[in-house]
Design a binder for this molecule. Structure first.
Ligand code: IMP
Length: 434
């Protein structure tokens, strides 16, 4: 999977933990060998950090493939498109010299995430008894409107008058809710009005990029091209398969790539799962392998574990093989990419969680009971650390034997073959396993 095989090939790249696994880097590396990169869900809650040379790019909506010239980058119908953020990101990339001409397309069927969705997200988090710890980007409310059949799609912008009317209606509904939630004063109302006017003004830019993403991907595959479908967040944040309710509001898992792009599931040839060599989580909800405060702080510093979108500190823990094995099954992984192995380089001992001790006995499957998951005790298997640098390794043979055994154990417990190992933030710091 490191270098996709010849002929039309469609690979899904999916996060297998709580997001932030380093999918952006993996997609960036794989993008070299493909023609099209398309995102299938989520919105500007994602933050994909990519380093090209000395320059760091944080992409929230446009697929990481954009940093390879000539690759077509698409946003599928499953994405909620934050118009303002999208245009800002587009213009910023152009300002930094990325040639975008004819390279970005947005599905006519994608739903728009509008300024009032952000306000609703923040107000509902503030008022909630059980806070999810969202990114505050309006994701939940935008998907609620979609499921409630009152969302506004890209195609709704075709008719200018109708678009204005739909925005008006959406804003009126949001105002009512915001007023009922409290704290929505005249100033906030005026700011919302201004933001909506900007949304109206962005209409023609949006339409200039609108395409039939499903058709485009299907045709690309029929021509024998290679396509990457890029997931955001991770399996444990999936609306159905994650630690509900502490999840995002979309299906993040690989099957969602078909619906979120508009191709049949039989079009997908491979699913590459991405895991960090340890675990992190941002936002609320259980993290069974979480560290004590001191080790948590240490790992956060070693791994630079702060949210790319919100800057929030991420909680850290040992590699959770129960979750990874669950993710391998739910996503139907054909391969695994392990990232940030180098972050463990200085640790004298490294543990892997192989099961959960629960009041009912040992659980080897990831449980549906989120509240029960809060109190499980991880069964840890401790490995000696390799205590030497790995960031220069370009093949498995370059790795210290203990690092190799650690990877072997992850592969064995996860039951998915390791195809790539990332040992640093740069493009070149990657091991392809053949
Ligand atoms: P939302 O997607 O903003 O509604 O947030 C719901 C949950 O998903 C929160 O716990 C967020 O911290 C988490 N989340 C959303 N996007 C990401 C991401 O890209 N990386 C990691 N966590 C995320």
């Amino acid at each position: 999977m490191g270098q996709p095989a010849a002929g039309g090939q469609c690979t899904v790249v999916v996060g297998c933990q709580w997001g932030d696994e380093g999918k952006g880097k993996i997609v960036d590396v794989l993008a070299e060998g493909v023609n099209v990169v398309a995102r299938y869900q989520g919105g500007a809650n994602a933050g994909h950090t990519v380093h090209v040379g000395e320059v760091e790019f944080i992409l929230h909506q446009i697929p990481s493939g954009i940093l390879h010239s000539g690759k077509r980058c698409l946003l599928g119908n499953g994405v909620v498109l934050d118009l303002h953020q999208f245009v800002q990101e587009y213009d910023e990339l152009r300002r930094r010299g990325v040639d975008l001409e004819g390279r970005v397309g947005v599905s006519h069927r994608a739903h728009l995430l509008l300024p009032y969705h952000r306000l609703l997200d923040r107000a509902s988090e503030e008022g909630a008894e059980e806070k999810i710890g969202t990114t505050g980007r309006g994701i939940g409310p935008a998907y609620e409107d979609k499921a409630g059949r009152r969302g506004i799609r890209v195609a709704d912008a075709i008719d200018e008058e109708r678009f204005a009317e739909l925005l008006e209606r959406g804003a009126a509904r949001a105002r009512e809710k915001l007023q009922a939630m409290g704290g929505f004063d005249a100033e906030a109302d005026a700011a919302l009005d201004r933001a909506l006017e900007e949304s109206r003004d962005l209409r023609s830019r949006l339409l200039g990029l609108a395409v039939d993403v499903g058709l485009e991907v299907d045709l690309a595959l029929a021509r024998g091209e290679r396509v990457l479908l890029e997931g955001a967040q991770g399996t444990a944040l999936d609306l159905d398969h994650g630690t509900y309710p502490f999840v995002t509001s979309s299906n993040t898992t690989a099957a969602a790539a078909a619906t979120g792009i508009g191709v049949g599931p039989t079009r997908i040839d491979a699913v590459l799962g991405v895991v960090k060599a340890y675990t992190t989580r941002v936002g609320n909800g259980p993290l069974p392998t979480g560290f004590d405060p001191e080790m948590d702080e240490h790992m956060r510093r070693l791994g630079g574990e702060f949210g790319a979108t919100t800057g929030r500190p991420r909680r850290c823990g040992w590699f959770d093989a129960v979750l990874a094995r669950y993710a391998a099954r739910v996503n139907g992984l054909t391969g695994l990419a392990v990232t940030k192995l180098d972050v463990l380089d200085t640790l004298p001992e490294i543990s892997i969680c192989t099961g959960y001790r629960t009041p009912q006995g040992v659980a080897e499957e990831f449980p549906a009971d989120t509240w029960g998951l809060e109190s499980v005790e991880p069964i840890l298997e401790t490995h000696p650390g390799w205590e030497s640098p790995t960031h220069g390794a370009r093949s498995l043979d370059d790795l210290p034997p203990r690092a190799r055994s650690y990877l072997d154990r992850i592969q064995e417990l996860t039951r998915a073959p390791i195809r790539m190992v990332s040992v640093g933030s740069r493009r070149s710091q990657i091991i392809h396993v053949h």
